[in-house]
Design a protein around this ligand. Structure first.
Ligand code: TYM
Length: 314
């Protein structure tokens, strides 16, 4: 029986953090055996915030290494750069002509930025349409994401429905896969961990960077158990394993942070080793990406051929 199709993406806008890892990346790795899996570095999306060539190239390279380091198996999943499949942009244009501006202005991500006074480029406004193209091009059925991406997947579903109603059945309707326990991973201040809030713990930071982030966790809760430390700690250890540690160290915030730091470092050590291996084998990484883009292209170009026929562009 054919496997179900799973796809997700991450923007190369900086170093992936613990929220990205538990909210999305880990799900993709855990499911790569079970699904036909696509893991994508969405560099077209990153252009909405990065306008420096070197920064975009470096970030892209690093996120590829991070994905391999956490266990992406190129024999099992298709790892590729979005820009290696230009059909994403072509399909975006076709969708652009199907959706309306008032509909698109409902997107939270765009509203959050403009509310903060950030002037939105046309690309930022159109972000959800490009994301819909990413998802629909591959007949994706499940999209593992964090809670902040729920609306975008819903919008992809609405676009699929609208296209199908107008041109005939073409696209599968995707469903978001959001794990309740990690839907909103909290940062060092207890708010959602996010690069834009400056409250992240970098997954592949140096010991010092991770230590600095852990020590900065806000602990003014005035209770035996510092809530913000515990919330992050339970990502790395079961609550049963944490119980004696937190019992022994009631109110000792520094000791609890030290325990969390030790657990994060133990967790990332084997990943760092794998990352080093790929850093030292750039030809292998290039080959993995080449093969990934070849497979993604085959799927996307067949789909686009069908779309072109359906809309009258063939
Ligand atoms: P991005 O790059 O902002 O984030 C990547 C993934 O990490 C999740 N995430 C979190 N999950 C839980 N808790 C957090 N604190 C947290 N912070 C980030 C995000 O929900 C996301 O799943 N628009 C997407 C990228 C994208 C995409 C796609 C995703 C483009 N095309 C197609 C799926 C399918 C984004 O900006 O993710």
């Amino acid at each position: 029986m054919a496997k179900k199709i799973l796809l997700s993406g991450i923007q190369p806008t900086g170093a992936p953090h613990v929220g990205n890892y538990f909210g999305m990346m880990k799900q993709v790795i855990d499911l790569q055996n079970e699904y036909e899996t696509y893991g994508m570095i969405v560099n077209y999306h990153a252009l909405t915030t990065i306008s420096n060539k070197t920064e975009l190239e470096e970030n892209t390279k690093n996120v590829v290494l991070d994905f391999l380091a956490i266990g992406a198996d190129p024999e099992k999943m298709i790892l590729f750069k979005q820009s290696d499949v230009p059909e994403h942009v072509e399909l975006t244009w076709i969708f652009n002509c199907l959706v309306t501006m008032p509909w698109l202005s409902r997107a939270h991500a765009f509203k959050d930025k403009t509310d903060k006074g950030i002037e939105a480029s046309v690309g930022l406004f159109d972000y959800p349409v490009l994301m819909a193209a990413d998802i629909l091009l591959y007949d994706t059925e499940v999209v593992p994401v964090g809670e902040d991406q729920r609306q975008h997947v819903e919008m992809a579903r609405e676009i699929a429905r609208k296209f199908n109603a107008n041109y005939g059945d073409t696209f599968a309707e995707p469903k978001e896969m959001i794990k309740a326990e990690v839907a909103i991973v909290p940062g060092t201040d207890g708010q959602k961990m996010s690069k834009s809030y400056g409250n992240t713990i970098p997954l592949f930071g140096t010991d010092e960077e991770i230590q600095k982030a852990v020590m900065s966790i806000v602990t003014d809760s005035g209770t035996d158990i510092p809530a913000n430390v515990y919330a992050i700690h339970k990502l790395f250890k079961t609550e049963a394993d944490l119980a004696p540690i937190y019992e022994e160290n009631k109110g000792k915030y520094k000791a609890l942070k030290d325990a969390l730091l030790a657990d994060i470092l133990a967790f990332v050590t084997p990943m760092r080793e794998r990352r080093e291996y790929y850093v030292n084998n750039p030809d292998l990484v290039a080959e993995i990406l080449r093969k990934g883009s070849e497979k993604a292209n085959a799927k996307a170009s067949a789909k686009m051929q069908d779309v072109r026929k359906k809309v009258g562009l063939d």
